[in-house]
Write a protein that binds this ligand. Structure first.
Ligand SMILES: NC(=O)c1ccc[n+]([C@@H]2O[C@H](COP(=O)([O-])OP(=O)(O)OC[C@H]3O[C@@H](n4cnc5c(N)ncnc54)[C@H](OP(=O)(O)O)[C@@H]3O)[C@@H](O)[C@H]2O)c1
Length: 254
């Protein structure tokens, strides 16, 4: 188990990525490791988490695992306690874990309370719960960073723009959950304005992952390409933005 501190001197940043056992999260973890961070793979299935961490360690990166189901507050609490005991601090939190059940199935009931509840439980409450329990550790960092992995599809400006490539895509539970996550990003940045902690929402682009299995082959970006913008905001300097919404090209309209 790698320790982030040797004596009083910090040897590397500690980063936690939720849902990092596969897809975009795994590549975010890999690139944070390549940047010198000790990266903790948050995974709801410990075996999948351990397999992912072992792959990164085989590449010479500092990677560990924390069992973390964002939809289960007890699991988040346990992971926070474990990180506190192992590292004493957290520098980077990437809220990446997310689901899009509407996009993954042929779902005709687009306005379904149970679908909304399920989607919000992971994409919104999961991220909020992770922030709730990890914030004490982020406050111990000299330069805490929170990145919420969002999507342009959560932008109300984009949803109502007939010129948007996503105009015809209507997945309201997913879109609303990310719009709400964007709103939380603004609120958190305000609440943390007198701390070094920066909070931003980032759209990685349209990525070749399993979140929308039938779209996988149409997506232009590999997870490695898409992870770069997320990692950029996870590592931004003290004079970087907070409370913003960005993709690889810059600010996105809310
Ligand atoms: N792909 C895109 O085009 C795209 C575009 C914009 C934004 N995003 C966002 O990017 C993020 C990552 O998605 P992805 O495309 O990489 O999807 P993915 O390949 O389906 O991976 C999702 C990851 O989230 C994990 N996860 C799901 N529910 C979880 C929970 N309750 N607790 C912990 N982990 C959980 C999954 O773990 P298991 O392996 O255990 O299922 C998996 O590791 C999501 O927030 C998504 O909304 C994706």
């Amino acid at each position: 188990m790698g320790m982030a501190h040797s004596g009083n001197s910090i040897t590397s940043k500690v980063a936690l990525v939720t849902g990092a056992n596969r897809g975009l999260g795994f590549e975010i973890a890999r690139q944070l490791g390549q940047a010198g961070s000790t990266v903790v793979i948050g995974a709801r299935d410990p075996q999948r988490g351990d397999r992912a961490a072992a792959l990164l360690r085989a590449e010479g990166l500092g990677a560990e695992t924390a069992t973390l189901d964002v939809a289960d507050p007890a699991s988040v609490q346990d992971a926070a306690r474990e990180l506190r005991d192992r590292f004493g601090t957290l520098d980077i939190l990437v809220n990446n874990a997310g689901i899009a059940p509407e996009a993954a199935t042929e779902c005709s009931e687009v306005v379904s309370a149970s679908l909304f509840r399920h989607t919000f439980h992971t994409n919104l409450i999961g991220a909020v719960s992770t922030v709730e329990w990890l914030l004490p550790l982020l406050r111990r960092s000299e330069a805490g960073r929170i990145v919420n992995v969002s999507t342009t599809m959560g932008s109300l400006a984009d949803q109502s723009d007939p010129g948007s490539p996503y105009y015809a895509t209507v997945v309201p539970a997913y879109q609303a959950s990310k719009a709400a996550l964007n709103s939380v990003t603004v609120g958190l940045a305000k609440l943390l304005a007198d701390t070094p902690i920066k909070v931003n929402a980032i759209c990685p682009g349209f990525v070749q992952t399993d979140i929308t299995p039938m779209n996988r082959d149409h997506a232009p970006l590999t997870p490695a390409d898409a992870a770069r913008v997320v990692v950029r905001y996870a590592l931004i300097d003290d004079d970087g933005p907070s409370g913003g919404f960005f993709d690889a090209d810059g600010p996105i309209a809310w």
